[in-house]
Design a protein around this ligand. Sequence first.
Ligand code: GLC
Length: 679
Amino acid sequence: MSSTKITNIDAVELQEGIQNAAFHEDDDDTSNASSSREQQATSVSVTRPEENEYTQIKPYAGMPKEVLMLYSRKACYRVPREIIFWLIIACTLALIAMTITIVALSPRCMSWWQLSPVYQVYPRSFKDSNADGVGDLKGIKEKLSHFEYLNIKAVWISPFYKSPMRDFGYDVEDFRQIDPIFGTMEDFDELLASMHDKGLKLIMDYIPNHTSDKHIWFQLSRNGTEPYKDYYIWVNCTRDKPPNNWVSVFGNSTWEYDEVRQQCYFHQFLKEQPDLNYRNPRVIEEMTDIIHFWLKKGVDGFRMDAVKHMLEATHLRNEPQVDPDQDPSTVDTEFELFHDYTYTQQGLHEILTNWRIDLDAYSREPGRYRFMVIECYDYEEIDKTMRYYGTSYVTESDFPFNFYLLYLPDDLSGNQAKSLVHLWMSNMPKGKWPNWVVGNHDKPRIGSSAGTEYIRAINMLLLTLPGTPTTYYGEEIGMVNVNVSVIQDPFGQHDPSNSRDPQRTPMQWDDKLNAGFSDSENGTWLDIAPDYSTVNVELQQADAHSTVSQYRALSLLRGAELALSRGWFCFVWSDVNVFAYLRELDGLNKAFLVVLNFGEDTTTDLSSVTELPDTLTVHLSTVPISQKTFTKSRIPTSRGQGMLLEYSTNQRFHLNHASECSVSEKACYLPALDILYKC
Ligand code: GLC
């Protein structure tokens, strides 16, 4: 293509362009000048097609590309364009750099199960909506405001599946149905929807180890119907000779002779709770489907019941006796054998990690994390408990329940509190999240085992330790064990000293009929505690210094103060009376010292703790005190008193006392920007 040819085309097109109405309109008042420019431009373009030859002509809409290109090369268009171009590049790079920096420096966000205490509802005892004397799902829905009042976001509800209630719901007849005593599936859906509306999470109880003997699987298994024949553990035996010496958690042999199948089946709890056979892949599939069923309904997590019992050795050898000299025929309780062949068998963690994967698949939407907590009592074998956190390579549960504080009353003292807290913190795998339990439906209420004067200090301990506290219903008002008139618990019927009824009595809402728990005129399923007229929610809410008001204040504070929710935890003192620790966060000058008295009246001298300032301000005391500040060398506490002291400092204790301190979700505070960053 010759340059002459291009020039000619340019000239022709330009000529057409000159006739463009818009162009003329713009130049109405200078038509002469314009036409002379047209002539100039036309003649110039024919003879010398260079950029500056077009300076006389304004750009106009619809001009041909070639002309446009000539204009665009002019400095007055090119320079601003290039400036804008480079500015866009620079801004984009800056944005990318900023995003990378923010992502790299942001500490991990904490999930809902880390931010709130977990509150355990025992549904039979929380609130009865239909006056039959037993709590139900509608009742729980009526009382959701209680969780809001307590600043609690996570609620674990003990089982409400269809059940013959031999073990009050832990014997499940149908995992996909609600027991009529608790309501209907509609009631459940409404409860869940209302909870979600209020920003509350619902954790279900999931019972993998066993079903009820009324479950259809067991009915079909006992008469040998396929594929259910091996859904349970069946072994040949005679009516009076069990296959081995294994004993049930609830006492006596784990084997029960079944007249229908003429074999023995295995049960780690009641004989009405036959153990599922997890060596059968179909059982795993069935139980996994049930998890999916509830996840699809939208539940936010599971408390996995009694998992260490899920597998047993197939060789069926006798378990070793704790006392080898004991007459074997007298061995009939769990504590008389070493459970080498019936607890925590190989393969258990694989099943649990696979369920974790199922939960993860439903956790992808923001804010919809599905939580897993394990129930496992391993007594002195803490490493077995810690294994439920998973390994460096595989995640398992978010945490296994930490039941060690239940042993606080065994030797109530500052030293015992410290050693139990230390036990968990020093054994927990690095980077994992701690948790604390001081009561549940299986254990005596802490107020009874420790003494009522210690309830508030124990609640303060629970809510100021790092990690997730679990509160059993009623602990927030200081409910205690009740000597019930008629034992309902089957375990208690077998051994009254082990009855769990005393800790399961109805929630005390007010001082009216049945403590506001039920409108029943025929009594309630367990007796109402005699102290309900003074120990109840309504009365305590009206008193700013009550147990429930203090619980609420601490729960709110825990949510509001970074030092408490994700700061360092450091031991500073323990003796026979007092346990003291501090909570601090790098970059934040506000810190807290917690002083708890688990013994007698005393004065603690913390002057050796040089990082503490001389003066500490009382933020909350569990007993009324007039003094607003204390010097660190003289901190008096009375029997059962808990004090939360606040102070300001720029010295960090953890920097000089690494072995006394730990932190789980480490972050530093930047006061200038009021943000947290990874450090
Ligand atoms: C768990 C429950 C307990 C129940 C047992 C058998 O330990 O907490 O209440 O009796 O499992 O299901």
